[in-house]
Design a protein around this ligand. Structure first.
Ligand code: GDP
Length: 460
């Protein structure tokens, strides 16, 4: 593991989101050897309050030279090792808003602290062994969670639900490696290797790896939300629908067919689940180059969407255009939106019988959106698209690493099948062990750490 070059310094940052004139409390956090000293320099605690760990003091924050009071605040003291970073940590709970917290932060910097880098508190918690890398990533996931389920999974990760099985897998691989290496080094002194047993143990590891890998898709869904693509022929009302739905004007609505030339995105929350809606250009054959790009993107968006909303105009009903689009997307979970029901009744529209869910809407009159949302939630449930019963979910980095572990283990298994010498077994086994260590941070490079912590906010 790389050394932390900056561990000696005391870092400071505003730990709460600061919105001008909003938020009643703002927290400035300090971590490092000088934290308490700086707090004593700028915080005045009247009466007989004890400067002890895990206590809250009440008092004033004053400029040490001028004595001018900047804020009335609470001070929370958490001395090493009983703190998030395992260093001395103090937090000033100031009045919220830009000015008090920024002034307090400035004072801390003047007294010798350094402004923290994004994620540096968590990085220190990781370097000091308080959390592993999966838990550090879960901190960022919890802060950025966009749905209750995503928060739940992040919390599980923070509590070690992923770290524990990954560490166990690594230990199991290390045990197997030790047995194999012992046979290489002390061949004459030990009974021969029980190949069947090693094979069985590898198989158990492999099964668990695959089990954890299977959580990746749904984890992705929870983190970035459900991707929904609105598709349909030009002028059926796709953009109007998205507009009505998101109550925004992001999609250009006009009467000319083909004006939504690209993919427009809107982020909504439907029944607690983040939903990213992609309004795609009408999928149809076209000679116009710009439009062609839009059409290609639409096809791609529809292919990548978790759910497709195929929209048609109730007046025209199911035409060749719908049949053509349907052919492209029919393997995806799909809801048929029958729009413009103010102009023609939806029950006259006939469509392929295998389409199970329909939602009649009037996009310009905001009608049918409730029903559409219900249909979406039903589809999510029936297609098992949510992670309702999932207690852990890996992210893309962890998925990539675990896929490498799976491949390495397959190689070991092949090597055994081919009766190759024991030296060969150890090569891929070591690779699997190293990669498992990369997931938890036991064996990780500086560039991986940089990538992970760069997505944190300052103060975390
Ligand atoms: P898109 O090409 O599929 O995105 O279609 P638009 O959203 O641009 O809509 C095309 C035209 O149909 C616009 O003039 C809309 O005002 C109109 N429109 C959309 N939805 C409805 C609806 O439910 N009822 C009626 N009467 N007109 C609609």
């Amino acid at each position: 593991m790389p050394d932390s070059p900056t561990q000696g310094e005391t870092i400071a940052a505003i730990a709460t989101a600061v919105v001008p004139e909003q938020g009643s409390i703002g927290i400035v956090r300090l971590s490092g050897a000088q934290a308490l000293e700086i707090a004593q320099e700028i915080f005045y605690a009247p009466g007989k309050q004890q400067w002890q760990s895990h206590r809250i003091l009440y008092g004033g924050i004053c400029h040490p030279q001028t004595g001018k009071q900047i804020d009335e605040a609470l001070l929370l003291i958490m001395l090493a090792p009983r703190s998030f970073t395992r260093e001395d940590v103090v937090e000033f709970h100031c009045h919220g808003g830009m000015i008090p917290v920024q002034q307090v932060l400035q004072l801390c910097l003047e007294c010798g602290a350094r402004l923290a880098q994004p994620g540096e508190f968590t990085l220190r918690a990781f370097f000091n062994g308080r959390i592993d890398l999966t838990q550090a990533e879960s901190v960022a996931d919890l802060v950025g969670a966009r749905s209750p389920q995503a928060a739940q999974i992040a919390l599980a990760g923070l509590q070690g639900k992923l770290a524990t099985p990954i560490r166990q897998l690594r230990h199991n691989c290390l045990d197997i490696l030790a047995e194999v290496e012992a046979r290489i080094d002390f061949e004459d002194d030990l009974p021969p290797l029980n190949e069947t047993e090693i094979r069985d143990r590898l198989q158990l590891v492999q099964t668990e790896v695959k089990h954890i890998l299977a959580t990746a898709d749904r984890g992705q869904l929870l983190r970035s939300g459900l991707k929904v693509a609105i598709v349909g022929a030009p002028n059926v009302g796709k953009s109007s629908l998205l507009n009505a739905w998101s109550r925004s004007d992001r999609a250009i609505v006009t009467d000319l067919p083909g004006t939504t030339r690209d993919v427009v995105e809107s982020n909504l929350i439907v029944g607690g689940i983040p939903v990213q809606v992609l309004d795609t250009a009408g999928i149809r054959a076209t000679e116009d180059t710009v439009e062609k790009i839009g059409v290609a993107r639409s096809q791609k968006a529809a292919r990548e969407a978790d759910l497709v909303l195929l929209t048609l105009d109730a007046r025209q009903g199911w035409t060749d255009a719908e049949a053509e689009i349907y052919a492209l997307v029919k393997h995806r979970p799909l809801i048929l939106i029958i729009n413009k029901i103010d102009l023609a009744p939806p029950d006259r529209v006939t469509y392929p019988p295998e389409i199970e869910r329909t939602a009649p809407t009037c996009a310009i009159g905001d009608r049918g959106l409730d029903r559409l949302e219900t249909a979406i939630l039903e589809t999510i449930k029936s297609e098992n698209l949510t992670a309702a019963n999932l207690d852990l979910a890996i992210n893309q980095r962890q998925e990539a690493a675990l896929t490498r572990v799976k491949t390495a283990l397959e190689c070991v298994q092949n090597t055994i099948e081919q009766n190759l010498p024991l030296d060969f077994w150890t090569i891929d086994l070591r690779d699997a062990i190293r990669t498992l260590g990369e997931i938890t941070g036991e064996d990780v490079t500086e560039s991986v750490l940089e990538r992970i912590f760069s997505r944190f906010c300052i103060g975390k």
